[in-house]
Design a protein around this ligand. Sequence first.
Ligand code: G16
Length: 542
Amino acid sequence: MAAVKTVATTPFAGQKPGTSGLRKKVAVFAQPHYLENFVQSVFDSIGDVTGKTLVVGGDGRYHNRTAIQTILKMAAANGFARVMVGQGGILSTPAASCVIRKYRTFGGIILSASHNPGGPAEDFGIKYNIPAGGPAPEAITEAIYARSQAITLYRIIEADNVDLDRLGTAQLGDMAVEVFDPVADYAALMESLFDFDAIRAAFKAGLRMKFDAMHAVTGPYALEILERRLGAAPGTVMHGVPLEDFGGGHPDPNLVHAHDLVAALTGAGAPDFGAASDGDGDRNMILGRDFYVTPSDSLAVLAANATLCPGYAKGLKGIARSMPTSAAPDRVAAKLGIPAWETPTGWKFFGTLLDAGLATLCGEESFGTGSDHVREKDGLWAVLMWLNVLAKRGQSVAAIVTAHWAEYGRNVYSRHDYEGIDTKAADQLMAHLRGLDLKGKSLGGYTVAFNDDFAYTDPVDGSVSTKQGIRVVFEDDSRIVFRLSGTGTEGATLRVYIERYEPDPAKHVLDPQVALADLIRIARDLAEIEARTGRTEPTVIT
Ligand code: G16
């Protein structure tokens, strides 16, 4: 029996989980007591942990292994009976959700700062997922934060580190540590949802793809599922080895950061299908040859084609999207005669809808797509669903999406990000927008139907979330949305989401930056972006 140490500590300011857990620079997490305080605050806020099982793993970024050893020793000291850890400390966010649900554990701790860069000078993060497998809802994250601000002690055992690379069960004090294969359960779940035979046949018949794992967590998952089980050509998976610094890259699957993939999918000889995932494997970007699919359109197309996949053959119960996501999925829901839900940004808001059987598919403009198979967004799942649809329809990505627009009309959409701006200027900009009364006014030829700060009442549990983004909605349903990112670690990031509905197929070919030029100008003027932030152009456009 290892001795339990009770260590006196004092609170750190700012241990408030953001959109998805607590994200800070590695140097912040590496300070004595910092991680320990947060972990103890989690254990103190989730009920009696005695005799329970916890899942632990991360995206393999710098500090992952160190943090896991600390969490294991604290879990043992706090009375957990068993911790399941992904081999090598690796566990993608959706795989963690899968394992938590499959083995009915008392939730899990996931170590990731998602799409943020990794390395000694970069970001680290930690989040707690509840027994249903999803991110902790606000009531729990608020409790964790409150606890962190009043903490006086944490518990840890003195013991040697556990070998995270050896599969099997080891003993840590009175607690069992089971090091398991992080891919197996997840891969089995994917096989149960999608037509692997059809996908295998499509690869055999010459379908070519590239998957960019961005040197992050999905490498081992993609190699096993795409190349080994589905027979995609060797080399299909790019950057497949997880590295602590993601090879110096920014593991964010968008047109800017996944540049190698974008280059590979450009030109006449390019593969038919391209996809990328992020640091912890929950995001996805979908490309065809010379063709980019926005995350909003991706959700709409997958919803419209879902019954081609065995796991969704019976149809969908509903479709949920975050507020800044385009209304393209709503059009599919209307046609299918199923509910369309609009939630605040953050996957945690989908949990109650999925649990209550009110929605089957969910998605966000921030490259997140998923379903009720787990309670996180799921990058590889989206890639496999696309592969299933491609295999069944035998058409190109571009043909499928343009046919979708012809049928439903196109929600032309773009997001402009202004990263690393001064926090005070960002807050003032949002306050300025909040103070505007625009109803009935004409802006550059567009009449404002209403403007507000989005608030949401959860239809299942009644919880209320306010200040979720400024909406300026015009009479023709065009929209501009302004939000500050909840996932950054440096300064503030202003996100501007611009959308216009275009029913005319002749105009669907236009570049969104051209088609949306008026609204983009209106957004910049309205928010006084240049005057308030000094920025004349966004840092990232997707
Ligand atoms: C997280 C959440 C997502 C959310 C995104 C928004 O993504 O899990 O549900 O859409 O943040 O980010 P921001 O607040 O920066 O716009 P991830 O992939 O970072 O976990």
